[in-house]
Design a protein around this ligand. Structure first.
Ligand code: SF4
Ligand code: SF4
Length: 408
């Protein structure tokens, strides 16, 4: 991936795109939005818990903390310890590694716009441009701030997806839920005379609340601050193992399944929901249209501009003549030979006959051409004509660009 802003070429997995191809960017954005709707209808908030960059980067920062400071309890002990050189060194090391990782992220993001080997060389020779320096530090700073400090606060206070996901949920959406029918009444498992406990399976240990990064109690039902990380599922499963109860008191399930105590529907059943089918149809249609236009992209582009300074003039042999600028762009990474001609009025011709042009790879050239017509075929006013550009390199690739010829 390289977005070469200087040359206005965008390389995506080997394919080249030009500013004129921004319709594909729109298609990607539409597909991403539809994909998110589809994914949410199918699997709830899995995106937040497993794929969102904020979650992933936060997890990486937590790994760094775990590596340099130890597990949760060791970190708590260090935080409570009085200020000392040892504490300062360990915290300094942690934040040093986090800042190093953030700088690497900043480098990676700037390398989308400057080839990575070139960027590395410039960095090692302290030769970065001011914009490269700015964006590297900008991305690094925000990575450190968002993933190193704010963490889940970004999900609960800043992320718009958390706010509107409720509109995409229904009773069949897969969510992380507490099975109240099984868990209540919560409390210690005191055995009765018959050897059975009257309490539900929730022993009210509170571990699911302690491990929750956003500090919520999933037993109170679905809350928009739940980022779907599933930490409460793992914690509660451990508790269930210890008390000898079946796992899954907190689990991935849907409201409808919980209420009716039905078996979990399989993936195929979830796919057959009308809402999921509707999103699938939309995603499939946009994808098919985008792929079709992607495969039919021309190998070159031609833009015609009429020379507005001189409308029409008469040549020595009495023909009428209009001037044009033609911008030809080679949209491939190999040279191309093109022919250029004009049609649309009887006897219309280019001043020097059909032109043959060689376009270097990825280059744009601008040609000045003159179209000529005998006066009896072009009376006063504008007449539609077409410039015809044929590729000699790629058989059958032809573009007809409309323009106008002013007669008198
Ligand atoms: S971890 Fe499980 S048993 Fe403990 S309070 Fe949470 S739901 Fe109840
Ligand atoms: S409730 Fe569970 S899944 Fe939701 S954020 Fe808290 S720990 Fe993660």
């Amino acid at each position: 991936m390289l977005f070469d802003l200087d040359r206005q070429i965008f390389y995506v997995f080997g394919a080249m795109f030009w500013p004129q191809d921004f319709v594909f960017l729109a298609a990607i954005l539409v597909l991403s939005a539809l994909g998110l709707f589809l994914w949410t209808a199918l699997a709830g908030r899995l995106w937040c818990g497993y794929a969102c960059p904020q979650t992933v980067y936060t997890q990486i920062m937590i790994w760094i903390e775990r590596f340099t400071l130890g597990d949760h309890k060791q970190r708590q002990r260090l935080a409570a310890a009085p200020t000392s050189l040892h504490k300062a060194l360990r915290l300094g090391l942690t934040h040093g590694v986090m800042i190093g990782f953030s700088l690497l992220t900043g480098f990676t993001l700037v390398a989308y716009f400057t080839p990575a080997p070139q960027l590395l060389t410039e960095l090692l020779h302290n030769d970065l441009g001011p914009w490269q320096e700015f964006w590297l530090l900008f991305y690094a700073g925000f990575t450190y701030l968002l993933a190193g400090f704010l963490r889940e606060k970004v999900c609960t206070h800043m992320c718009p997806y958390a706010r509107f996901q409720g509109a995409m949920f229904d009773r069949n959406t897969l969510i992380i839920s507490y099975d109240a029918k099984r868990g209540e009444p919560r409390g210690p498992q005191h055995k009765q005379a018959d050897g059975q406990s009257k309490a539900g399976h929730c022993i009210d240990c509170g571990i699911c609340v302690q491990v929750c990064p956003t500090g919520i109690d999933i037993r109170q039902g679905l809350q928009y601050t739940c980022i779907g990380c599933a930490a409460c599922i793992d914690a509660c499963d451990n508790v269930m193992d210890k008390i000898g109860a079946p796992r899954g008191l907190i689990r991935y399930t849907s409201e409808a399944t919980l209420e009716q105590q039905l078996p979990e529907p399989g993936f195929g059943q979830r796919l057959r929901q009308p809402r999921v089918l509707f999103y699938l149809l939309l995603v499939g249609s946009v994808l098919a249209l985008s792929l079709m236009s992607l495969l039919n992209r021309p190998t070159f582009k031609a833009d015609i501009m009429r020379d507005r300074a001189s409308l029409v003039r008469e040549t020595n042999d009495g023909w009428l003549e209009n001037s044009y600028s033609i911008r030809l762009t080679n949209a491939t990474e190999a040279p191309q030979r093109l022919t250029l001609d004009v049609e649309g009025l009887p006897g219309i011709r280019l001043a020097d006959g059909p032109r043959v042009v060689t376009l270097p790879p990825t280059q744009t050239i601008t040609l000045g051409v003159r179209a000529q017509v005998e006066p009896q075929h072009a009376d006063k006013g504008a007449h539609d004509i077409h410039f015809v550009v044929r590729s000699l390199t790629h058989d059958g690739v032809i573009r007809r660009e409309q323009s106008s010829f002013i007669g008198e």
